[in-house]
Structure formats: C-alpha cells, structure tokens
Write a protein that binds this ligand. Structure first.
Ligand SMILES: Cc1ncc(COP(=O)(O)O)c(C=O)c1O
Length: 429
C-alpha cells in the first residue's frame, strides 16, 4: 500500500484530485448539493448534468421504473446466459434497433463493458470450438481522442491470450490524428495488409471537445477496404444530434443500410446514461450472429444483466424521444443560444453540440473559475483540468430556460472580470 498512499498524498497536494459533491435532490435544473469544502448545503443551477433531455424527472420514465420494480423486483440476480432475460430487455433491444436502423441489439451494463465485449468478440471470438480456427489478423484504427472505454478495449484486445479466448491471432492497433481524414487514409494505406480484418472505432461526438466525427469522409476512405467494420460510439450523439436525435447517421443524412450497400459494416454503440435517463449500453448490428456472439462473450457471461428499473427507464426514455422529437429541438435551440451568447462575450467555445467546452487561458485554473461561479453565483459547471487545454465543460439541456442561460453567461463574464484580464482581440486586416 505504500506506493498507493504516497501517490495519493501527492495527488491531493497537487490540487488535481476532484472535489466530491454529494447531491440530495433535484428540481428542474436546481440541485441541492453538499459543498465538499464547507459541508454546507448549496442550491445550485446545474450546467453539468448529462441528462440532456431532462427525462430523469419525466413522470412517464419514473413510473416505468417503478412499474418494473413492482413486476420484477430490483434486480435480475444473474446473467442472461445462465438464467434468462426479462421481457423488458427484449423490448429495449427492439426499440434501440428501430431507433438506430440496425435490426439486432445486445445490452450491457455500461459503455466500457459493451466496447470491451465488442472488440474482444470481433477479434478473438468466444469459447473454444474444436475444429474451428481463425488465423486472420485484425487492424484496429482509432482516433487519438477517443473515449477511455475505446482506448481500454482496443489495448486489451491487442494483448489477449488464448487463456481467455480460444482464438488469439494478432491484433494491431493504430491511432490516427483527431478527426483527420487524410491521416486516417494515410495510416490505412501504411498499415493494412492483404487479408486483414479492419475495424475502425470512433466517438461520434467527442466528449471533451464536442466535435463530430467526419463520418461521410471516413466512409469514402474506408470504401477502398471492402468488408471493413466501422463502429460509432454514440454516447453523446444519441438524442442530441440529428433532427430527431437519431445520432450521427441522421446528422449526416445517411443510413446504416447505405453503408452496407457500399460494402462496409456499420456497428453502433448506444448508451443510456445521457439522453435516456438511465444507465447501460447497447451494441447494434445488421447481423444476428454478431449480437449472439456478444451474448456468449466472457464480458456478458460473467456478469449481471441490466436491472429491471434501469431497463424500463431507458426503454421509456427512448419511446419518449421517438414520440416527442421536439425535446431534441429544444435541446438544440438551447445549445445554439448558449453558444452564441458565450461567443458574443469572446469566450473560446469549441465543438458544435450541446456540450460546450470553454477553453481558458493556460494560466487560469478551471477549478478556481468553477469554484467562483459556484460560490458567487450559484452556478455549477464542470472544471476540466486534467487534459492538455484546461477548460470548463458546460452542458446545455432541454430544461434550461433562456433566463437560466442568461444568468450563466452573466456569471461567466463577471467571474472572468474578477479572475483575469481578457486578452484584447487584435483586429486583422
Ligand atoms: C464517447 C463516450 N463513450 C462512452 C462513455 C461512457 O458511457 P456510460 O457512462 O454511459 O457507460 C462516455 C461518457 O461520457 C462517452 O463520452
């Protein structure tokens, strides 16, 4: 334990350890939170929840969760391979399949497990089958800024041994520069060997930069490698981009079927922790075999299936989104309004979605900025100080009012005035 203790002591001293807030309740966007420093209770206006459509508080979603507990209890108490699924699992899979236009779907407890199971299953298959051998290598292409769940899954897949999986041919993992299609094409030309199975994995919306993967251009490149698989992690895309919240495919006006028609294979990961007022993840595919493989992957066999209230909340949320696309339109209008107001005040807002990263000057501590916003104005945004460009991460949601957005912007301007001098904007000829 000495190493752990010493490391943690240094981490506390460095100021890099996050403040731990505890929440007691929520009404709209007002949360009742315990201040980790003073222990006092604060009423804060939140701009850091991922409940982007506000469905966590929807009557219909809450009732669905309560009804599921009444019918099934709080847990399924086993994994689906050993003691079956509940009907709600099947309904949720069908709902996601319809939402994502891919007919087969499998559920997981969260994105990390879904991604691990998918990459492992694709590269190494599952249990040992006497007489069956796969010797084909896999080349995985990954954006350098992909979410940790992707990074972890692809690195692990590159290190699997036959102890865990029957098939363990080589997996080569190569990263390409962030959203850089030329680099993507160059790396494919350099690393793809004849006979490779190719899998490309990307965030659809990047969680810290809020930009969108250049899917159409990626497909144009990938078309030169027939049979390639393209995986989109839609954690921040579902319910947020596309006219009805359908995600990256709807955003770009293409369908998974068109990708199939062009000789490539689309796979989609949906998660429920953001737009769907719940937790959990799903992988969707056009092939039943891919989904059945996930069911027998070690990640699925060895763990609990999605609990009934969690499943029911996600199911009802997706039904709400499909029935009331105006929720998505309100979210998008709020995000546009907030973005334009921040830019009007010369904040460096990057990306293009309802996640609004505001990059701060290098010498400004985002934790200090966020603390000031909280203490002086009762506004809660996330401070992101652990990546290269320190920033505030602000998330707009469908419940925010214009007045609340204006209040945030005013508080941001006053906090900036109090903490540092805004660099003068130099006019260019
Ligand atoms: C791109 C991406 N993938 C996966 C996740 C993890 O999703 P979950 O917490 O729903 O499992 C996140 C969370 O922010 C994310 O941004």
């Amino acid at each position: 334990m000495e190493v752990v203790e010493e490391y943690m002591q240094r981490l506390y001293e460095s100021g890099l350890y996050p403040d731990k807030f505890v929440c007691y309740g929520k009404q709209g966007n007002v949360v009742d939170v315990e201040d980790p420093v003073s222990g006092k209770r604060l009423k804060l206006l939140t701009f850091c929840t991922n409940d982007v459509l506000g469905l966590v508080q929807s009557e219909a979603v809450r009732q669905a969760a309560v009804d599921a507990i009444a019918q099934y209890g709080t847990s399924n108490s086993s994994c689906s391979v050993l003691s079956g699924r509940i009907d709600l699992h099947r309904q949720l899979e069908q709902e996601i399949s319809a939402f994502k236009h891919l007919p087969h779907t499998h559920l997981f407890l969260n994105a990390w497990m879904a991604m691990q199971a998918l990459v492992d299953g694709f590269c190494h298959l599952a249990i040992n089958l006497p007489g069956f051998q796969n010797t084909r290598e896999t080349l995985i292409m990954t954006d350098v800024l992909n979410h940790g769940c992707i990074l972890s899954a692809v690195v692990n897949a590159g290190n699997r041994s036959g102890k865990m999986f029957s098939q363990s041919p080589d997996v080569r993992v190569k990263s390409y520069r962030h959203c850089d299609v030329n680099d993507f094409a160059r790396k494919l030309r350099r690393y793809a060997k004849p006979g490779d199975r190719i899998m490309v994995v990307s965030d659809a919306v990047f969680s810290m930069d809020a930009d969108i993967a250049p899917l159409p251009e990626m497909l144009d490149v990938l078309e030169n490698y027939p049979g390639s698989v393209i995986v989109m992690d839609e954690a921040h895309a579902s319910g947020a981009i596309g006219a009805t919240g359908g995600g990256i495919y709807e955003h770009f006006g293409i369908t998974p079927q068109q990708v199939l028609d062009r000789g490539m294979v689309p796979l989609i990961m949906t998660t429920f922790s953001k737009f769907a007022a719940s937790a959990g993840a799903a992988i969707s595919s056009h092939r039943k075999e891919m989904i059945d493989l996930l069911d027998v992957s070690p990640t699925s066999i060895g763990t609990i299936s999605l609990p009934p209230p969690i499943t029911a909340a996600a199911l009802e949320s997706i039904r709400q989104v499909r029935q009331y696309p105006q929720l998505v339109q309100t979210l998008q209008a709020n995000a546009r309004y907030l973005r334009s107001r921040l830019m009007e005040h010369d904040f460096e807002v990057i990306g293009e979605t309802n996640v609004l990263p505001v990059v701060l000057p290098q010498d400004v501590n985002p934790k200090e900025f966020a603390r000031h916003l909280m203490e002086e104005y009762g506004v809660w945004v996330s401070a992101i100080w652990f990546i290269a460009k320190p920033r505030l991460r602000i998330t707009a949601n469908a419940l925010h009012t214009k007045e609340e957005i204006d209040l945030l912007v005013e508080a941001m301007v006053k906090t900036r005035d109090a903490l540092y001098q805004q660099p003068a904007v130099v006019a260019t000829a």
